[in-house]
Design a protein around this ligand. Structure first.
Ligand code: LLP
Length: 444
């Protein structure tokens, strides 16, 4: 079922409205679309397209806003950035400098977080299937916490930690059986999702963990899904966590902390975006006043709106009654529309294009699948060959989900900071696509 935000309803926001709603973007009469102080046409001239562009200032501002919301709610909550949203080392450096820790879900993300400068004690290792080598790596690194999702994983971790002569600080991830009201593919807190320990068996497993060698249970974790715009499911899930904390404490267990997960949504179209103040309020109303240390692990909210994908028009073709604008970016770059029917704003880079009369256009990539469609029926001006467009809000789950499908090299990445900008990942050279491949001699 498509996400409600993907269903046709009110007219789409205009280019002017999309730009006005994003403080790091502006339209300059001569230079066209700017990110902070940088004309995006200058970036495209020098680096080509498709290219991801990220605003450092936007990421810093969002992190500060989140931290400030928790501080003003009087909640001692640490922010552990969910590395999966955008794992570039420069992004991780910005997070480290801003005082964020990291939530990682693989050995690779753990290494990245450390290379980005995040101290191991501020790293939480989450995930439903951590391999033995990954648990070992996490313990060797001295990560602050491991979120355990099953009895089987707990037994595995106990064996590894005891064998290494160390103690793993463990939070038990519970499955609160709450529907987050988001797209089915990114809902994680329902009983039929693979994540977490069933709510009803969590108390017994926590008590069991307490007796295991190499394990120190410190609290609970939960994460009910992603792109969540209503506080109702959060409140329901956190209320269940609070109830479990009270039960565990009544049974004599020590519960020091609750990891409240991430999932805070952003406004891609014109949805009322979730606010950090509302998020902090939902946590305070349910888990406040219990003497708990608290942590959150947002990804999308911190980096999603900070990034965009620059693309150029390869050609425009009319087929049947539709106008297809074919870009040089495709689903292998930004997968979200194909995968989740996600709506992303598409705006021209040229200030002249931006004010021309519009007509409906389907914005597509060149990949040989009809799902390679960024937007349908979008009100856009006549666009000539080589005209440039920006696909908005692509900072989270954009470059990290890219592939080289159709033998398309990974796009370049650029970081903007005020008036400065740098290439932070070169466009992948074509030869890199086959560099790791060998053809066996015996094939002749
Ligand atoms: N913590 C855990 C345990 C998670 O699984 C996730 C995301 C997060 C935190 C961060 O969630 P966020 O704050 O970013 O919503 N590729 C999808 C989103 C997948 C989210 C997976 N888990 C998309 O493009 O919408």
């Amino acid at each position: 079922m498509p996400h409600p935000a993907a269903l046709p309803h009110d007219p789409d926001p205009t280019t002017a409205e999309l730009v006005a709603a994003r403080p790091h973007l502006s339209m300059h009469a001569m230079d066209g679309l700017l990110m902070d102080g940088v004309p995006l046409n200058a970036v495209a001239d020098q680096v080509g397209t498709p290219t991801w562009v990220l605003s450092a200032g936007s990421i810093r501002g969002r992190l500060q806003a989140l931290q400030a919301a928790f501080a003003s709610a009087g909640l001692p909550a640490r922010v552990h950035y969910a590395v999966k949203a955008n794992d570039h080392l420069a992004v991780l450096r910005i997070m480290a400098q801003g005082g964020a820790g990291a939530d990682v879900v693989s050995g690779g993300e753990l290494q990245r977080a450390r290379l980005g400068g995040i101290a191991p004690e501020h790293i939480v290792f989450s995930g439903v299937g951590k391999a033995e080598w990954e648990l070992r790596l996490a313990l060797e690194a001295g990560v602050g916490q491991i979120n355990v999702e099953s009895a089987e994983e707990l037994a595995m971790l106990s064996g590894i930690a005891a064998g290494m002569g160390c103690v793993a600080r463990v939070a038990l991830r519970i499955n609160p059986d709450v529907d987050a009201g988001t797209h089915a593919k990114i809902t994680t807190g329902r009983a039929d999702n693979k994540f977490g320990v069933a709510y009803d068996s969590a108390a017994a497993l926590y008590a069991h963990a307490d007796g295991l060698p190499g394990i120190e249970p410190v609290g609970l974790a939960l994460h009910i899904g992603s792109q969540i715009l209503s506080m109702t499911p959060y409140r329901a899930a956190y209320a269940r966590a609070a109830e479990l904390v009270r039960d565990l404490r009544a049974a004599g267990q020590i519960v020091r902390m609750v990891d409240c997960g991430g999932g805070l949504g952003i406004g891609y179209r014109d949805e009322p975006a979730a606010t950090p103040a509302a998020f902090a309020g939902a946590i305070r109303a349910t888990l406040g006043g219990m003497g708990l240390e608290l942590a959150v692990e947002p990804g999308r909210w911190l980096v999603g709106s900070a990034g965009l994908l620059l693309a150029s028009v390869v050609l425009v073709k009319a087929t049947g009654n539709r106008r297809f604008v074919v870009l040089d970016a495709a689903m292998n770059d930004l997968l979200r529309p194909a995968m989740y029917d996600a709506w992303h704003g598409v705006v021209p880079l040229s200030a002249v294009d931006a004010v021309q009369p519009t007509s409906p256009a389907d914005i597509v990539g060149p990949v040989c699948e009809s799902g390679d469609t960024f937007a349908r029926g979008r009100a856009l001006p006549a666009l000539a060959r080589n005209a440039r467009l920006a696909i908005l809000d692509a900072g989270a789950y954009g470059s990290v989900m890219s592939s080289t499908y159709n033998a398309r090299p990974l796009a370049a990445e650029v970081l903007v900071d005020g008036n400065r900008w740098s290439v932070i990942r070169a466009r992948q050279p074509m030869e890199a696509l086959w560099a790791g491949e060998t053809v066996p001699d015996w094939l002749g």
